[in-house]
Design a protein around this ligand. Structure first.
Ligand SMILES: [Zn+2]
Length: 154
């Protein structure tokens, strides 16, 4: 769930994938966001702009290791990065505050809630997933993200 500047990476053999309800995603400029699968990815998911098109890239095997509700959360989180303008900003050389991850998590939780896909069991699965994530230069620690997700679900 990080950004990459796409120029250095060749994406071939992209395939569309459906996440019903979640995959209706538009970026900050109201461009439709394409969701594609590729094994040419070092992580489960990332957001990017490819050939001018806002895109979410998913690694099918890495995504497949998560329960379906966590996969939905991940896609909604990536969509939130597009919707909130994070992807465009990074693509054009800007930087993001680390709170961007909390914002994307929170919007994803609210998206699932609005779609009627959030319940206590789903929230627990999402929190377990978030807790497993490590902090780095652009991502806060998973424990904090799990706590914040709880607040967003209220
Ligand atoms: Zn993120």
């Amino acid at each position: 769930m990080r950004f990459f500047i796409g120029l250095a990476i060749l994406f071939t053999g992209l395939q569309s994938i459906a996440y019903p309800g979640i995959d209706q995603c538009w970026d900050i400029n109201n461009k439709p966001v394409s969701i594609q699968q590729t094994v040419a990815l070092g992580q489960a998911a990332e957001s990017n702009i490819i050939n001018g098109l806002p895109t979410i890239l998913l690694h099918p095997q890495m995504m497949g290791q998560y329960p379906h509700d966590v996969q939905q959360f991940i896609v909604a989180h990536e969509c939130a990065h597009h919707r909130q303008g994070h992807v465009v900003r990074v693509h054009f050389g800007g930087s993001l505050p680390i709170t961007s991850e909390f914002d994307a998590d929170c919007m994803a939780i609210k998206t699932l809630k609005d779609l009627g896909l959030l319940n206590a069991f789903v929230l627990r699965n999402i929190q377990t997933f978030l807790s497993s994530l490590h902090a780095d230069a652009t991502h806060p620690g998973g424990t904090h993200r799990a706590q914040y997700a709880q607040q967003c679900a209220q």
